[in-house]
Design a binder for this molecule. Sequence first.
Ligand code: GLN
Length: 484
Amino acid sequence: MTVFELQQMYRQGKTGPSEVVRELVKKVEVWEPAIHSLAWFDPEWLTRQAAALEKGTGPKGPLWGVPVVVKDNICVEGVPVTCASRILKGFRPPYNATVIERLQSAGALLAGMANMDEFAFGSSCEHSCYGPTRNPWDLSRVPGGSSGGSAASVAASIAPLALGSDTGGSIRQPASFCGVVGLKPTYGRVSRYGLIAFASSLDQIGPLARTVEDAALLSQVIFGFDQRDSTSGDLPVPDYLQQIKTGVKGLKVGLPKECFGKGLDAGVKTELEKAFEQCRALGIELREISLPRTDYAIPTYYVLATAEASSNLARFDGVQYGYRFPNASNLMELYAKTRGEGFGPEVKRRIILGTFVLSSGYYDAYYGHALKVRTLIKEDFDRAFEQVDCILTPTAPTPAFRLGEKLQDPLTMYLSDIFTISINLAGLPALSVPCGFTPEGLPVGLQWIGRPFQEEVLFRGAYAYQQAAGWHTKRPPEPKGASS
Ligand code: GLN
């Protein structure tokens, strides 16, 4: 069920939170052996939350009784939160992230922690200490990453909603691979308090859902100013659901010519072209635009994001959190062995790369230079938004690839974020909505990019398209050999 369908059943008294939890546990039993989307799941914890909701007498919040899966890098008080890393083994946060506080005051049920690429470094959900998550549409393929567990659990209908985080595409690319909706909000729209940092100038928490209206509803709950995050934007949050159906006639949309050339999978291209035709039929004005610095986005990101990550991950030293090498004879050995054993290979690669670009003698040539190119990339978007209200691109250049296909070649893996990464560098909001299937039956995503803090335009556009296209009603078949 979507959130709106579930809420209708609640209103009509046809179900209650405890029954919903029982159904959810059944879904987990059917799907989890095949897809492994959750890093931590405890039916008793869920049952207690449902019982508390049923006993409650206060007003019912906007997500009352709605299960939400949480990415394993968002702090939930008292439950294991590990960023899918051995180094955080045994860590239970002593506090809730702001988004978790907001979910709880809205009445949501926290369904479990979702698998991810370790510390959110990756595009396939294969770099996890728990092993990979698989794509519900094709179990031989990846769900995308790094929020692969969040996207797969929503696609498999384990929960109607999930939280992910997006530093270079980690909500939108898995949403595209799994055939669900995913939004990377404007930088500063959602509090990062309690999100375990990857690259602080790029990270944002955002929703994954099966429909645009469900994503808008979850956004409404988690968006807004928070004084505990100094980069949080103090701007009002409009009522998205009120405006979502107001139509798109006359909306001016740009198609960047750099995004439809070489490297784009033929099956993806065909589905996008059909989507553009449907957009035209809805009264949207499409025109070609140019984002000339598109080619620089990936190199710029892999300098800035690794630099910030190497600094953010310095705190994992075996002293304060999680895993500690047990037999160290001195402090240096404690640090070296804890980090050597605790971090996986991709995390080590990024720490080494990030430390290198920040080191004396290289700082200006790499880090300083990348900061300047970041400004130029943002200027490309500023210029484009003088002509258009939003921009459409593919979310990813290919559909879901096979497990193991890109593991030996990090550069090819990094290229799967070619269309998503520049949005984080520019701080803009962008939403991926399902726009069809390739001939092999793999979902394709269409990315809507907007001006800062204008998420409402994305919701309105993507909703109109979704209603016309109808892809949101498709579900992957349950895995063979499932118990019920
Ligand atoms: N795939 C990109 C990376 O590996 C983006 C990850 C993310 O958005 N967290 O860094």
